[in-house]
Design a protein around this ligand. Structure first.
Ligand code: C2E
Ligand code: MG
Ligand code: MG
Ligand code: MG
Length: 287
């Protein structure tokens, strides 16, 4: 999973291969008990729609606080969880927890907001994946239209047919399907056209340099146009500055997410943040 190590985040392992493997074994060992020991939690990062900055919902992001290892980044453990298939119970836990949380917000009269959940290819390849998703929606009482699954481009090419059929089915139930980290994988535009997705999520690497200099259109602007041509909603991740947000609004990007709006928020703080945001539309509307 070297690719996941390349996201610019400091990895747990250091210099050599032996150390790398040792640390994988240690992570796997502790991860096995993480669910039962209540070491996993979710943070929620707001997503807002443009042009007005209305709160659309949140992306659920997993956090692991190990009593032995401390806080371990998902960039360090998701790949390992995939390799040892622990991602299946962990992924199901994430989905249930996120849907429960959102259904709870709705019951308290907030929203209705959407929830985006990251899904691993290992989960998608399970025969009962679609059933599991629908079962969790029933159990938690969340309407499918408020759930969005985020999948990454690199994974899909492996089993295009099988995955397309499942995603199409879920999409027909009203669930949104977002292609995460778009632009970093290898899929061609013709594949993109065949994929049953509703949303393109432009990778942060295309947002970092915005708005850029000179007269040429930055790639992010072209991606928005291509996405719209294909009838897709386009989201930008990793929006950190006012200038980036202004650019994205100018090119009609539909949704943004990033530190400029808010960092991921602990579950207990979401309500307060949401009420506060509704009062002020911090940063977004006024810029
Ligand atoms: P992702 O799905 O692309 O999520 C976006 C990552 O960028 C998150 O990192 C988020 O905290 C971070 N981020 C958001 N806005 C900004 C910004 O403005 N600037 C910067 N520098 N970073 C920003 P995080 O939470 O560490 O997650 C990393 C990756 O781990 C995720 O990338 C996703 O691929 C994976 N992941 C996280 N939670 C889950 C999960 O529940 N299941 C699965 N399968 N993967 C997960
Ligand atoms: Mg994501
Ligand atoms: Mg992403
Ligand atoms: Mg990304």
């Amino acid at each position: 999973r070297a690719k996941q190590a390349g996201k610019g985040t400091y990895m747990l392992y250091g210099q050599n291969m032996q150390q790398y493997f040792d640390e994988r074994v240690i992570i796997e060992k502790h991860l096995r008990e993480a669910i039962d020991n209540n070491e996993l939690s979710l943070q929620y990062q707001p997503k807002v729609t443009l042009p007005n900055g209305e709160l659309w919902g949140f992306e659920a992001l997993i956090r692991w606080n190990s009593p032995v290892l401390g806080f371990v980044s998902p960039l360090s453990f998701i790949g390992i969880a995939e390799d040892c298939r622990l991602i299946i119970p962990i992924g199901e836990w994430v989905l249930r927890k996120a849907c429960l949380f959102l259904a709870g917000l709705h019951r308290q009269g907030l929203g209705p907001y959407h929830i985006s959940v990251n899904i691993s290819v290992i989960q998608l390849l399970m025969d009962d994946f679609a059933e599991t998703v629908l079962k969790i929606l029933r159990e938690t009482g969340l309407n499918p239209r408020y759930l969005e699954l985020e999948i990454t481009e690199s994974i899909i090419m492996e089993s295009f047919e099988e995955i397309s059929i499942k995603l199409e089915y879920l999409k027909q139930q009203g669930i949104g399907i977002a292609l995460d980290d778009f632009g970093t994988g290898y899929s061609s535009l013709s594949y993109l056209k065949q994929l049953p997705i509703t949303t393109l999520k432009i990778d942060k690497s295309f947002i970092d340099g915005l708005p850029g200099e000179g007269s040429s259109m930055p790639l992010a602007g072209s991606i928005v146009a291509i996405g719209h041509d294909m009838g897709l909603i386009v989201t930008a991740e990793g929006v950190e500055t006012k200038e980036q947000l202004e650019f994205l609004r100018r090119v009609n990007c539909d949704k943004v997410q990033g530190y400029y709006i808010s960092r991921p928020i602990a579950e207990g703080q979401v309500q307060a943040w949401t009420r506060q945001y509704a009062r002020q539309m911090i940063n977004v509307e006024k810029c």
